[in-house]
Design a protein around this ligand. Structure first.
Ligand code: SAH
Length: 232
């Protein structure tokens, strides 16, 4: 005897949502404890952190660790930032739906996806080709058609799409690359970790007011180094 189609279907479907639901619950808990619990309150940021499936941005072998309170290795000595740091840096630029944002250091593409949930256009640059290609494919597959990924040295920014309402730098730079400040709109905001290589850096918020940089130190952070083309 043949099983009715609806039973077959529900049997089939019942196996899929289990994992998905587990991650959804973990994501909700991540937002409540790690993000809201530490003072991030921007609704759009919280919603983006609830929506983006972080476990799809880490190597499959460590997908189950995706919602832990820390950075995780993504290969080639790089890391996906701690969820709180992603949320905090996103909130600090005061993202709005009409904004055009540049990110330096695409990595897994997770920060770009969070931004893409909120703002109109995201331009992200990655210096390691393997990461850039993988992130671009991942973002495309997930339907983020408002993100463009470029492979290259982010030091020079992305002249052709400048100026930007905001810039997010996710690698620790020794100083603020002047081209990035130049490509920031008047009144725009840049968030960037600055400090000596392999040491604690200071997360800085730089606002462009009448062409001048108004800098505020936010907190000590540790990011992977901002490298230059031709360097290891
Ligand atoms: N934002 C990423 C985390 C990035 S880790 C995420 O959400 O997963 C920092 C990334 O910056 C690394 O992938 C590193 O290769 C990249 N990077 C370092 N120096 C760079 C440069 N000069 N230009 C572009 N990307 C750079």
């Amino acid at each position: 005897m043949m099983m009715p189609v609806y039973i077959l279907l529900s049997l089939l479907l019942s196996t899929i949502p289990v994992q998905e639901d587990a991650y959804k619950a973990q994501r909700e808990q991540m937002v409540e404890r790690q993000i809201k619990g530490r003072g991030v309150s921007d609704k759009a940021v919280l919603n983006a952190m609830r929506s983006v499936q972080r476990h799809l941005f880490v190597p499959p072998a460590i997908a189950s660790k995706a919602y832990q309170d820390g950075a995780l290795p993504i290969g080639y000595k790089q890391t996906i930032s701690q969820p709180y740091m992603v949320a905090y840096m996103t909130q600090v630029i005061e993202p709005k739906p009409n904004m055009k944002v540049m990110e330096i250091g695409t990595g897994s593409g997770y920060q770009a996806a969070i931004l893409a949930e909120i703002v109109k256009e995201v331009y992200t640059i990655e210096i390691i080709p393997e990461h850039g290609k993988m992130a671009a494919a991942r973002l495309k597959k997930l339907g983020y058609d408002n993100v463009e990924v470029k492979i290259g040295d982010g030091y020079a920014g992305w002249e052709e799409h400048a100026p930007f309402d905001a810039i997010v730098v996710t690698a620790g730079a020794e100083s603020v690359p002047p081209p990035l400040f130049e490509q920031l709109k008047e009144g725009g905001r840049m968030v960037i970790p600055v400090g000596p290589v392999h040491r604690t850096q200071t997360l800085k918020l730089i606002e462009k007011k009448r062409g001048k940089a108004i800098t505020r130190n936010l907190m000590p952070v540790v990011f992977v180094p901002f490298t230059r083309e031709g360097q290891k």
